[in-house]
Ligand binder design. Sequence first.
Ligand SMILES: [Zn+2]
Ligand SMILES: [Zn+2]
Length: 308
Amino acid sequence: MPSSGHRLRDVEHHPLLSENDSCDPAASSPAEADAADRVWFIRDGCGMVCAVLTWLLVAYADFVVTFVMLLPSRDFWYSVVNGVVFNCLAVLALSSHLRTMLTDPGAVPKGNATKEYMESLQLKPGEVIYKCPKCCCIKPERAHHCSICKRCIRKMDHHCPWVNNCVGEKNQRFFVLFTMYIALASVHALVLCGLQFIACVRGQWTECSDFSPPVTVILLIFLCLEGLLFFTFTAVMFGTQIHSICNDETEIERLKSEKPTWERRLRWEGMKSVFGGPPSLLWMNPFVGFRFRRLQTRPRKGAPEFSV
Ligand SMILES: [Zn+2]
Ligand SMILES: [Zn+2]
C-alpha cells in the first residue's frame, strides 16, 4: 500500500499495485498538455479500411443519385432540389465522420500514475483511486481502456471501426450526427430509387437514364441494398445513442450493468452535456468548434496515433 495513505488499484481490481510498478516512463507523453490542440488519428488497419469503405459507399450513392437519377431527369427543379438536399446530407455526414474520427474521444494522459502526480492530487487518506495497468494512467471515473486506441478513454461508449475511433466524452456528438445524417441520406436515396423505378417502368427504360437499362437496374439495386443496410444500421445506432445520452449511461456501463456512482444527467440535461448548451440548430452542426491546425506528426515509438 502506498505510503501516502490512499489506496491505488488497477482497473480490473487485481491485487494492489504500487505507484512505480510496470509503468514505463517513456510511455508518458512529454507534451500531453498540448494534446488537446491536436487532432487524433488511430493507425488501425481494420479501422482505416472501414473508414475508407464508408467514404467510397457514400461516393457511390452520390454518383448514382446524381448521374443515374437526377441529371437525366427532365424535371429541372426536381433535379436541383433533390441534388442539393442529397449532397448537403452527404457533406454533413462525411464531415461528421471526419470530426468523429479525428477528434480525441477523451483520452487520459498515458503514464500519469507517477508518485509526483498522485501527491499533487492531494487525496484524502483511505481514498481509492484506480490505475490502468495497460497505459499506466490514473483512471478517472467512467473511463475504460481501449485496446485498439491503447488508451483509457473518458466515458468510453464503444470503439467503432467505421469511424476508426472510440466514441467517448468528446466526440460522441459528432458520432450521433454521423449516424443521423447517414440515416437521412439513406432514406432520401431509397425514395429517389423508388421514384426512378416507377418513372422507368411507366416510360421507356432507354429514356429514363443515360446508362443502358441493365446497367441502370444493377446500379439502382445496389443503391437500394446499400441504402437499406446503411439505414438499418445507422438508425438503430442513432436510437441507441440518444437512449444512452438521455439515461447518462454508456454502452459499456449498460452491458456491464454498472450501478451509477455518478450524478446522472437525464434527458435534456444529458443531451445538453453531450451537445453543449441549450437546444439550438448548432446541435446539428458538425463544424462547430472546428479550426485548422498545423500538420504535426508525433513519431513516438509504440504510439498508435498521429496528430494533425
Ligand atoms: Zn488504460
Ligand atoms: Zn478505441
